[in-house]
Write a protein of this length. Sequence first.
Length: 353
Amino acid sequence: MSQSNKPKSTNTPESLSYRDAGVDIDAGDAFIDVIKPVAKRTQREGCLSGLGGFGALFQIPQRYKEPILVSGTDGVGTKLKLAFDLNKHDTIGIDLVAMCVNDVIVQGAEPMFFLDYFATGKLTPEVAAQVVTGIGEGCLQANAALIGGETAEMPGMYQAGEYDLAGFCVGAVEKSEIIDGSKVAAGNVLIGLASSGAHSNGYSLIRKVIDTYNIPLDTELDGRPLSDVVLQPTRIYVRSLLALMEKLPVHALAHITGGGLPGNLNRVLPSDCHAVINESAWQWPSLFRWLMETANIERQEMYRTFNCGVGMVVVVAAEHADAALEHLAEAGEEAFLLGEIVAGSADPQIKIV
């Protein structure tokens, strides 16, 4: 048998590591150590485990006789792009928690625990720590435990300095106390709770206005830079609404997110009722007036895109309206009579007059 005279290669392939591919396991482990104290501060009744396991354990408090679990998930949307542009990451986590817990509370559920998903191309521990610190603050405001999450470093998936967020919340409510809108009837009144700004909806249009008209982010709006106004974190209504529900019966709650008042309040109304909203009941915050005037946005478009200053709507019997307003004010909310429920299958179901 003949042998080849070709010499054998002595070149050994370069040894590659996960770090060479753009993923730093050590940085990820160090980041978990950084956020453990944040999660620890949010621990509450029912927590059975901390961060670091494969799954998070939570026991529904025994004070619930017939508990029903209510879950919600959401993100922050393109508000993140403004956080990137301004290099300000300490409040965006509050937005993430708020968008989830405010959805859970509307069915009468007490938020129990929260998990987050943080994805980026390259982990920057300082930025990620700011984000998670904000998540922890949001959990404290909602009395929800931050019991788990996932940090994903995915090279090539995101632009440098960018990340994405998702949140997941689980709450509990007694089966007999679920709020589903079935008790809403003609003669009920609507109470509006003031928003803290645009919350986390409509930011694609906000950014379009800023870009189209070359608006500097240090432009003053009622004595504040526009950058602060657009990054104002979403208000969390959990504690004030839980306190209200302990005092008197609430017939329905509507979290005013994408779709505004027309696209969210209708979700809790029976087919034989419609809502009449009195536009003079509240004043639009300066951000919304500025957007409408700067870009000549039609009023109807404003209402279907933004909350326009109303972040949550409470429906109660007329005889409980004054007490509800008093309780909400004591809880720190800016609350006002927004309108009423009227009999009839009107189209549209939400009328703003």
